[in-house]
Design a protein around this ligand. Structure first.
Ligand code: UDP
Length: 326
């Protein structure tokens, strides 16, 4: 099978990015702005950061609209749009607890609006789905044809089921209206521009380590995750967008860590004096997670470039500056 050749310039192309103020989407916007594209970003700042938009606003080809995409989209009747990225969902377990209805609405009503816009514009659409569609997986590593093991009423279900719905809606638009669609399933991702207080493991562990506070391990720390540095993830997302396959692709870094090992590594890399503290494990916390990325590697030369220790150092530099601001 011949591999995808990625374009080196996006001059003359226009992208619409829902959720542009988030840490992954803002990194993605900047990637396309650097390739010469025009980018129209939308966000309601429910979890996104103004500082991420300030970085993008320095580019003359960036246009921003503050709005809630499940209520309305900007007027774009005279604008040509080539690519639409659906990246507007809050995605942290803390968000699942605090804003479950907003999560369900953005992934259902919001995704519907984006797919209708894609159809109207004759654009190409990419749904940023998640490894959470596999739930607490019974197979390891997870391959794309695994249909998952999700608790439909558990504390994570607002996100897991909403993303499963968003995938189904995307495939329905593809089958019924021949809309040009792509789906990625994003595994754990980290890097600069994450919210220090979003409750996820890497921001928690880095900020705790930087302050020599106890590192909060939930459960015994034997559960695993596989962490992808954000620029590698953006490269994978772009690769799938440029492919011609509408079925889902896992994207992430298969390098797997137990949470305890992750804590020990962060303490070592940051030369921290923090100790480990063990707290109760949240309900339905997946025990193992590692993507199989063979499907993506069959059609492309994608390979994660940033190893964990290096990614942690760069991310810690970002959090150091954030901690000084507060
Ligand atoms: N976790 C932890 N301590 C923390 C935050 C998270 O031990 O301070 C664990 C969490 O229970 C899970 C893993 O780290 O097993 C990854 O959690 P995260 O919230 O980053 O994302 P998830 O992959 O669960 O969506």
């Amino acid at each position: 099978m011949s591999k995808i050749i990625l374009p080196t310039s996006f001059e003359g192309k226009t992208l619409f990015v829902a959720g542009a103020a988030g840490f992954v989407p803002s990194t993605l916007c900047q990637f396309y702005l650097d390739l010469g594209a025009k980018v129209i970003g939308v966000d309601n700042f429910i979890t996104g950061s103004h500082s991420n938009i300030e970085i993008l606003a320095k580019y003359k080809n960036f246009e921003f609209h503050e709005m809630n995409i499940y209520q309305k989209l900007p007027h774009l009747s005279s604008t040509k749009i080539d690519y639409i990225y659906s990246l507007a969902s809050p995605a942290s377990p803390i968000d699942f607890e605090q804003i479950p209805i907003e999560i369900m609405r953005v992934n259902s009503e919001g995704t519907l609006k984006l797919l209708e816009l894609t159809r109207e514009k004759g654009a190409r659409f990419l749904e940023a789905s998640t490894s959470e569609v596999y739930g607490d997986p019974e197979i390891h590593p997870q391959e794309e044809d695994y249909v998952g093991h999700v608790n439909p009423i558990g504390p994570r279900s607002c996100y897991d089921e909403a993303k499963r719905f968003a995938e189904a809606l995307t495939m329905s638009f593809h089958r019924r209206y021949k809309v040009d669609t792509r789906i990625v399933r994003i595994f754990n991702t980290y890097g600069p521009r994450m919210r220090a207080n979003d409750g996820r493991v890497i921001p928690n562990f880095i900020t705790q380590a930087l302050q020599n506070k106890d590192i909060t391990i939930y459960g015994d720390g034997s559960q695993t995750r596989s962490f992808c540095y954000v620029t590698d993830l953006v490269q994978a997302m772009h690769t799938v967008m440029m492919s011609n396959d509408p079925t889902p692709f896992n994207i992430g870094n298969p390098d797997e860590y137990t949470i305890k090992k992750c804590a020990e590594e962060i303490i070592k890399v940051l030369a921290s004096k923090s100790k480990l503290a063990f707290l109760p494990l949240p309900k339905d916390d997946p025990k193992k997670r590692r993507p199989s990325i063979l499907k993506l590697q069959k059609i492309s030369d994608f390979k994660p470039q940033v190893i964990f220790d290096d990614g942690i150092k760069i991310t810690a530099e970002y959090f150091k500056k954030e901690l000084l601001k507060h």
